[in-house]
Write a protein that binds this ligand. Structure first.
Ligand SMILES: Cc1cc2nc3c(=O)[nH]c(=O)nc-3n(C[C@H](O)[C@H](O)[C@H](O)COP(=O)(O)OP(=O)(O)OC[C@H]3O[C@@H](n4cnc5c(N)ncnc54)[C@H](O)[C@@H]3O)c2cc1C
Length: 585
């Protein structure tokens, strides 16, 4: 007999675990979350918060979304991605990033009701954790996962209470391993991984110093410092990352992974900060310093029967593209509604198999992208004449050479411009952030072919209602109040939703009755003039890819489950068939 019982036990209260707990509690599912430490993230770690993640927060409630914006550095402060010799020294180039280029900004505005922002993990985690606990999550801090055993009915997990030194057991229906990059749950579940851990070494130096005079005129989250022959234990490039504008900073400085990790004491941290800022007299208030390794590893399967892994437990990669906590939170949005549907008896257990089928390809994609983004700094170094093995003095000469009037210098300037512009695959990759399309048994395409991407799928988001894609965002207007709502606001929230138009009322009638057969409270929106929501701009009509009489069925995670271009001969039969398949009933 276990000491405690719960529906879902979550190991870890990082972005993945806290988001899962918050969503499950919102859906009314009993859950417990444990963390081996007494509190949440104590360093800023992840910060870039993309639109899809903000949509998850918005789905949790406008209060949750608003609080994120309240504490975040806004998108406008993120935009000038600077490459320089030092903050005080010569600027080599820059690129508009994170949706701040006017063309990219338009794409962001068209794609989502939310805005990208910079929210350090020290703010994101408490927000999600507070939401979880206030809605019902039982949290146990200073509680360490030790092992688990599963059988046909559930999972028994053994934990250590680090305050008393005593072990306790928890019996749950399901176990979620959101226990980070060294996941014991993944290891104990024997889940398969590809790739390699520890492919590079990095140190983080967190400090306070007012650097406004170097940065406020070119606001950015990231300042890349490229120094020929930098020798403070580094590899020639450093990152000065804004944590709070403009007085709290995190320096990321590489070290040779083949050497032991350096001891970062106050003297070394100050030296590195002075060198990267380019001010030999700079005084810093050191907050903390630590070393970490760059990983290139992902799970090819994220489930073992009743045990699931998510977040860094499943995808381990460098911070490039800012995908870490974003993908972790999005994993949870995918799994939470499925666990809830199974635990509420609305779906068969086979629905849970779709989690790994849908999310493991994302894990591979983002780990690959993040590591590729590191490699894509290479052409900048090459163009600057700062390639590997080049003598530091020659590097300095090469930097100077780009200012000459010669054809060679013009070619060099061109190469530098192109190499910097190419970094949009890291700093403005809207497609990577927004284009996830799922293919699994929890989606029914009825053989409709997937629309090809018309532009680079890593850079540009392409809206479609093709089943598996996230529902496109369009603003709709409340007929009575005139208030605007995104299509994303009208779905999600733990329920299935049907969007139809005038003439599609048969979907309305049948969706509710067929939904009830499955124990679902299906929401239906008939969009059109004099209906509750009106498409004044025609944006939804252009985006929906079905006729007025058609139907777009949306899952609780805002991905399209199924669509019909028009009214079918048997709407009830079609919905029954689709729900049966999706819910594995
Ligand atoms: C130094 C550093 C800097 C980073 N910088 C960035 C960045 O700039 N941008 C970015 O996007 N990402 C960054 N990341 C990655 C980002 O922080 C992660 O992707 C994100 O935190 C993953 O969230 P998670 O919830 O999966 O795991 P984590 O945040 O690692 O959370 C794991 C949780 O599990 C708990 N836990 C672990 N083992 C046990 C156990 N045995 N028992 C109980 N609890 C346990 C931990 O205490 C923690 O609560 C950085 C990571 C590190 C380490």
């Amino acid at each position: 007999m276990a000491d405690f019982g719960t529906g879902v036990l979550i190991i870890g209260t990082g972005p993945a675990g806290s988001a899962t707990a918050a969503l499950l509690s919102t859906y009314g599912i009993e859950n417990m979350a444990i963390n081996r430490y007494r509190w949440l993230a104590n360093t800023p770690r992840a910060h870039i918060t993309n639109q899809r993640t903000m949509e998850v927060l918005r789905d949790l409630g406008r209060d949750v979304e608003d609080e994120a914006y309240l504490f975040a550095a806004h998108q406008e402060l993120m935009g000038e991605n600077v490459f320089c010799e030092s903050l005080a020294g010569e600027e080599i180039g820059r690129m508009k990033s994170w949706g701040n280029h006017p063309l990219s900004k338009a794409e962001h505005l068209l794609a989502s009701p939310t805005m990208m922002n910079d929210l350090p993990q020290t703010f994101m985690e408490p927000l999600l954790f507070k939401t979880a606990c206030s809605r019902g999550t039982q949290a146990r801090m200073s509680a360490q996962y030790l092992s688990h055993e599963q059988d046909a009915e559930g999972v028994t997990t053994t934990c250590l209470d680090r305050l008393s030194g005593k072990e306790f057991t928890v019996r749950s229906k399901y176990l979620v391993g959101a226990d980070g990059g060294n996941s014991l749950v993944a290891e104990h579940a024997g889940l398969p991984f590809e790739g390699k851990m520890g492919v590079g070494g990095s140190m983080n130096i967190l400090f306070r110093a007012d650097l406004s005079k170097y940065v406020a005129h070119r606001p950015s989250v990231l300042y890349w410092v490229m120094q020929p022959g930098a020798d403070v234990g580094g590899i020639g490039m450093g990152l000065v990352r804004m944590v709070r504008p403009w007085n709290e900073w995190l320096i990321v400085w590489g070290y040779d992974i083949n050497q032991p990790a350096p001891e970062v004491d106050e003297a070394m941290a100050t030296d590195v900060a002075r060198q990267l800022v380019g001010d030999p007299d700079l005084t810093i208030e050191l907050i903390s310093a630590n070393t970490w390794t760059v990983n290139n590893m992902y799970a090819t399967h994220m489930q073992k029967d009743r045990v699931f892994i998510m977040g860094d437990a499943a995808h381990r990669h460098p911070p490039s593209n800012g995908l870490g906590s974003n993908t972790s939170i999005q994993d949870s949005f995918n799994l939470a509604w499925k666990l809830a549907a199974v635990l509420k008896g609305q779906a068969g257990e086979a629905l849970l198999d779709s989690y790994s089928v849908e999310r493991a390809p994302v894990a591979k994609q983002i780990v690959t992208r993040a590591n590729q983004s590191i490699a894509e700094f290479g052409p900048i170094f090459e163009a600057l004449g700062m390639g590997e093995g080049v003598d530091p003095e020659v590097m300095q000469q090469n930097l100077v050479a780009r200012c000459d009037r010669t054809d060679a210098a013009e070619a060099q300037r061109d190469a530098i411009r192109k190499a910097i512009a190419f970094k949009k695959y890291e700093f403005d990759a809207h497609g990577v952030e927004m284009n996830q399309r799922y293919k699994s048994n929890a989606i029914e395409t009825d053989g409709q072919t997937e629309p090809a991407f018309e532009r680079d799928a890593e850079l540009h988001y392409q809206a479609t209602t093709w089943p598996g894609a996230r529902i496109p965002h369009s603003w709709l207007f409340d007929h009575d109040s005139g208030d605007r709502f995104s299509t994303l606001d009208l779905c999600g929230g733990g329920t299935f939703t049907v969007f139809t138009g005038i003439g599609g009322e048969a979907w309305e009638e049948t969706a509710k009755s067929v939904g009830a057969e499955f124990g679902l409270n299906v929401r239906v929106h008939v969009i059109g003039p004099r209906r509750q929501y009106v498409d004044h701009t025609g944006d939804w009509a252009r985006a929906r890819e079905v006729s007025d009489k058609g139907c777009v069925l949306v899952r609780p995670d805002q991905h399209v489950a199924w669509r019909s271009k028009g009214l079918t001969g048997d709407p009830a039969g079609d919905l029954r068939r689709v729900f049966s398949k999706i819910l594995a009933r």
